[in-house]
Design a protein around this ligand. Structure first.
Ligand code: TYD
Length: 135
């Protein structure tokens, strides 16, 4: 459900660089990039799953935590490295929390923004997870 990708860090005495490429170290063609910043530490975000969208989240500054739930298993993990990406598959309920004050969370997505791809109700998410299992 949660796959962490270690990106190659190209570092020298001048600093560090990470390159992300679609269909290469990002496992899909990139159609959108968005990022969250100035995040409040006492607020949780997300609370949804996507029917088709695949995403890779990279905490390019600071740190934050993720709760991931595929309808069977829940897990939490912390992202705190700009050279580590979290793959979030389709049909994974996710919540983000515990943002550090310097957190910048960049998300690389396989599709343009489409509100109809969101499942924002947890009961509906469980229903669609079970429906998919029995079809
Ligand atoms: P929202 O889904 O509530 O953010 P989060 O999952 O981090 O809690 O999105 C906030 C607003 O931004 C909402 O009105 C939809 C809009 N939005 C876009 O217009 N394009 C995008 O690519 C994303 C991710 C959100």
């Amino acid at each position: 459900m949660a796959r962490l990708i270690d990106f190659r860090e190209i570092a020298d005495e001048r600093g560090a660089l990470v390159a992300l490429e679609g269909d290469s170290n990002i496992p899909f063609s990139i159609r959108r990039v968005y990022y969250l910043y100035q995040l409040r530490n006492d607020v949780r975000r997300g609370f949804h799953a996507h029917r088709a969208l695949e995403q890779v989240a990279v905490c390019i500054s600071g740190s934050c935590s993720f709760l991931l739930d595929d309808g069977h298993t829940r897990q939490t993990l912390k992202l705190s490295s700009p050279h580590q990406g979290l793959c979030i598959d389709r049909m994974v309920w996710h919540e983000m929390f515990d943002f550090s004050s310097d957190c910048v969370l960049m998300v690389i997505a396989s599709e343009h923004y489409d509100e109809s791809d969101y499942i924002r109700d947890y009961e509906q998410f469980i229903k669609e997870t079970l429906d998919a299992k029995h079809s």
